[in-house]
Design a protein around this ligand. Structure first.
Ligand code: MG
Length: 325
């Protein structure tokens, strides 16, 4: 049972191969983000140009031929429309030619399931933090088995917030990891802290931090921004842990690569005797292997996908997906 997964929701075109939950390969090619951020059409052009080479590379790394594939998965959403379309087209074309089933995968669920799989946790609470998303999720059985969203950002994702700040501070590359580097050794300045129950907002914090760039030491601003944003996430996650009584916590998604965020969450989890896991960076960055993993789970569950469901959905919410495995 070999499944190939294609990820193309944002800057990364990734292809991975999975065999009974074992990751055989995970190839990717990332669009280089300019100081203007991501221009959807240009990112889609990139994905189209590299798609053949990345698919070929993933098959070679897995030591298999395209004829060995039993099913294919692709990212249906959430993500950037033109970028999602490239992955969808590649997946459907291959599946039609090989006469094998194709599975539309929710990107957020793929991040969670990859971390859950690697952690061997049974029923974790998940903090999913990436460019466009920031949510706290866990599975519930009713009215159908799905990931319910306990808390989420009411405006922008934490990754986009950090990238926006990085651009304003003229960091290169303008990513969260550059903000983390700058933040080292900074001193704390008070910042707006916006948590409402298990939900949170980031734009007020971002505006404040950008304004401070004219007056304060950039190192101190970066440090304070990071500490405040990660504290907000930790507080909301802690509340969700108390509400659900779950005993396992995972952090996943691009921003879960942050060492400082993992440190805070780990400390909080430890106080409540909750196990904590964060996957290696390879699986928190966008990748095809996690899409293959969920597609394989869908395939093995026996779910039948209608042709009309094989599309893309820019705002495909994790809590709308029926978990059939
Ligand atoms: Mg992602």
């Amino acid at each position: 049972m070999v499944t190939l997964g294609i990820e193309s929701s944002a800057h990364t075109f990734g292809v991975g191969v999975v065999d009974h939950g074992k990751f055989l390969s995970n190839k990717k090619d990332m669009y280089k983000i300019s100081d203007r951020g991501m221009i959807p059409r240009k990112v889609a052009d990139h994905h189209s140009e590299v798609s053949y080479a990345v698919i070929k590379g993933a098959l070679a790394d897995a030591g298999i031929s395209i004829r060995d594939i039993d099913s294919i998965g692709y990212t249906k959403g959430p993500g950037i429309g033109p970028c999602l379309r490239i992955g969808e087209l590649a997946a459907k074309t291959l599946a039609n030619n090989l006469h094998i089933p194709v599975y539309p995968v929710n990107h957020a669920i793929a991040h969670i399931e990859a971390a859950k799989h690697l952690s061997r946790f049974r029923d974790p609470l998940a903090l999913y933090v990436s460019g466009g998303n920031s949510q706290i999720l866990g599975t519930v059985a009713l009215p159908f088995k799905h990931y319910t969203v306990y808390g989420e950002t009411f405006d922008i994702g934490i990754g986009n917030m950090l990238d926006n700040f990085a651009r304003a501070a003229q960091l290169n590359p303008a990513w969260g990891s550059s903000v983390a580097k700058l933040a080292k050794g900074g001193k704390y300045i008070g910042m707006p802290y916006n948590v409402k129950g298990m939900d949170f907002t980031f734009t007020g914090l971002l505006t404040n931090a950008i304004k401070l760039l004219d007056k304060a030491n950039h190192k101190d601003v970066a440090f304070s921004l990071q500490e405040t944003a990660f504290s907000m996430l930790s507080e909301a996650t802690e509340r969700a842990l108390m509400l659900t009584s779950k005993k396992e916590l995972i952090a996943c998604g691009g921003v879960a690569q942050s060492i400082r965020l993992a440190e805070m969450l780990k400390g909080m989890a430890y106080m409540h005797k909750v196990k904590f896991y964060v996957a290696p960076n390879e699986y928190n960055a966008d990748n095809g292997a996690m899409i293959a993993l969920v597609a394989e789970k869908m395939h093995m569950s026996g779910i039948k996908i209608k042709d009309a469901e094989c599309n893309v959905l820019q705002r495909y919410r994790a809590d709308s997906v029926n978990i059939t495995w």
